[in-house]
Write a protein that binds this ligand. Structure first.
Ligand SMILES: *[C@@H]1O[C@H](CO)[C@@H](O)[C@H](O)[C@H]1NC(C)=O
Ligand SMILES: *[C@@H]1O[C@H](CO)[C@@H](O)[C@H](O)[C@H]1NC(C)=O
Ligand SMILES: *[C@@H]1O[C@H](CO)[C@@H](O)[C@H](O)[C@H]1NC(C)=O
Ligand SMILES: [Zn+2]
Length: 541
């Protein structure tokens, strides 16, 4: 039944004429909903449900040890973002969209994670990275240290008792390999959770630490930690943006941008030297062609920095020079798969968050779909039998999916509804952020009459209620999707800091309980004792 949907949809498109798009919205009142005839029959929904039951009954769950673990993190990928992105995905394929699913939405287990931090009701990406990578909740703005460290407290962070170990370190200790891939600067909060211990997330390069009068010997910046400290210097694959934090400020990078370091250190050269000293093959790359070449002959260690700062939004990027998240993910997996013991890989779709902060909803949804494509690529390359894939977000945003639009309404267009003054409003609008427009005589302006809207400009900001330079995060729970060994451990509602413990359980590594020991068999002394009790009770009777 499901596979016929596109057919019905195209029939319906014929009837509906050229599908309305965001640039030429149709008159809402005159428009009929894009009804799929099959859906008017009760049998359609009953058989849809029965098929879903069959599918669940056929499902198996590998109880093997998860040799490989890939964690995908959509930064700021709230639950409404998922619903809107899947609708956009469907609409791009010419169907109504609401019924579509992103690839990772087909995973067998879905759970919910609570995102608050030790001192914050609404989280930032630093305390959450610490939670979902190191397994401990902490203070907003700090990474890889526990809540005894206040933000900016260099002294407190030098106490190794506050330091946390990430799941990448657990994997390395177990003889596996580890890697990190992101679309942001590699020194940004989420990827830094893999390798850094720092009292202020903005300490990405030396001057940010020194600005507070602190010494980078005591409190090393995040870039320095990646190149010289454990576990950063053991990561086999490092792919993302952020070149400038590794270069002196009088050096221009391959694309002409200046470095940001004021300590005259060229950390990319230092990385190369470190690998030379250790006698391992290595390659530093900065564009897509080089990534494709590296894919053909993989070095032991690969460092790819594709932009001076964050990588470009996929819809705005030059696809010739800049790799996609799916391409980076594929090369990372092919590289790490060479270790028979397995690996841990962290992949971040980091700019879903940035676009939301700027109220650029089209870009945010597209970045979400780009991450979905990366998940699909990973799932193709890795067996469900021995590789665990977990997809989640760090925190929510305040984008609302609102109004009473008809089925199939352009997800990037206005609601069918009008406000109390008859003015249109967008189906995807924000509570706050830079997209505020002043009201005239108490009446909102008509945003659909703006040039940016009618041109479909990617830089067009959806409207907001509260004016703010940057839209804020949201305090809602985030979804967790899991596929592979022990995926059902990820069901339910739980603290975000449980995530690395659950992954480590499935992979049988790190501290705490492991699936391999607890699920394999009852421990021998317990079994023996039980037998003993059974036998004695028989004798006593
Ligand atoms: C963190 O460091 C940045 C850069 O030095 C600084 O602007 C910011 O105020 C610091 N945060 C706090 C809470 O002190
Ligand atoms: C990497 O190489 C493999 C094997 O040769 C090939 O199948 C794959 O398409 C390549 N990946 C990319 C992103 O080019
Ligand atoms: C808002 O602008 C659109 C596009 O120009 C126009 O079709 C619509 O009539 C306007 N509505 C109001 C209430 O001004
Ligand atoms: Zn953010």
């Amino acid at each position: 039944m499901r596979s016929l949907l596109p057919v019905f949809a195209s029939l319906l498109l014929g009837a509906w004429g050229a599908r309305a798009d965001r640039y030429h919205p149709r008159d809402a009142a005159g428009r009929a909903a894009a009804i799929n005839r099959a859906e008017t029959s009760s049998a359609f929904w009953t058989s849809e449900a029965q098929e879903a039951i069959d599918e669940r009954l056929k499902r198996t769950e590998s109880v093997k040890k998860a040799r490989n673990v890939v964690m995908f993190l959509g930064d700021g990928m709230s639950v409404p973002t998922l619903a809107a992105a899947r609708t956009l995905l469907g609409q791009r394929q010419g169907v109504t969209g609401e019924e579509s699913k992103m690839y990772f939405e087909t995973f067998p287990t879905v759970g919910m994670a609570k995102t608050y931090c030790v001192n914050a009701q609404i989280a930032d990406s630093a305390c959450t990275a610490t939670a979902y990578l190191c397994g401990v909740k902490t203070n907003s703005g700090v990474i890889g240290v526990n809540a005894n460290v206040r933000r900016n407290d260099c002294a407190a962070s030098t106490d190794s008792g506050t330091h946390l170990r990430s799941i990448a370190e657990w994997a390395l200790d177990d003889g596996r390999d580890a890697g990190v891939v992101t679309t942001t600067r590699i020194t940004h909060a989420s990827p830094a959770g893999v390798f850094a211990k720092v009292a202020n997330r903005t300490w990405e390069f030396n001057a940010q630490v020194e600005e507070h009068g602190y010494d980078t010997e005591r409190c090393p910046d995040i870039a320095l930690q990646l190149i010289h400290k454990h576990p950063g210097n053991k990561l086999k694959v490092i792919l993302g943006g952020g070149r400038r934090n590794f270069l002196p400020n009088d050096v221009r990078d391959e694309e002409g941008s200046r470095g940001s370091r004021t300590d005259n250190r060229h950390l990319i050269n230092e990385w190369k030297q470190d690998k030379l000293d250790r006698g391992v093959t290595h390659e530093y790359i900065w564009n897509r062609d080089q990534l494709m070449q590296a894919n053909n002959s993989l070095p032991d260690y690969l460092l790819g920095l594709f932009e001076s700062s964050h990588m470009q939004y996929h819809l705005e990027s030059n696809l010739e020079t800049e790799p996609t998240l799916a391409e980076m993910t594929e090369v990372a997996i092919r590289s790490l798969s060479r270790n028979e013991n397995g690996f841990f890989l962290f992949v971040e779709g980091g700019r879903i968050d940035h676009a939301h902060h700027d109220n650029l909803v089209h870009l945010s949804l597209d970045e979400t779909l780009e991450m979905d494509a990366a998940v699909a690529r990973a799932a193709e390359l890795l067996s469900e039998d021995d590789s665990l894939i977990v997809v989640t977000a760090d925190h929510a945003h305040v984008m609302a999916f609102n109004g009473y639009s008809l089925r199939g309404n352009d997800i990037l267009g206005p609601s069918r509804d009008l406000d109390d003054h008859g003015m249109p409003y967008m189906t995807l609008s924000y509570t706050n952020g830079p997209g505020f427009r002043s009201h005239v005589n108490g009446i909102r302006p008509n945003v659909t009459a703006e040039n940016g809207y009618s041109n479909g400009a990617l830089a067009w900001e959806s409207h907001v209620d509260v004016p703010l330079d940057s839209e804020t995060h949201g305090g809602d729970d985030v979804a967790v999707f899991a596929r592979g060994p022990h995926h059902s451990m990820f069901t339910g509602l739980y603290e975000q800091s449980q995530l690395p413990h659950l992954m480590a359980y499935a992979a049988c590594m790190g501290p705490g309980r492991h699936a391999c020991t607890s699920a394999a068999a009852v421990p021998v002394p317990v079994a023996f004792f039980t037998l003993f009790v059974l036998l004695t009770s028989l004798f006593i009777q």
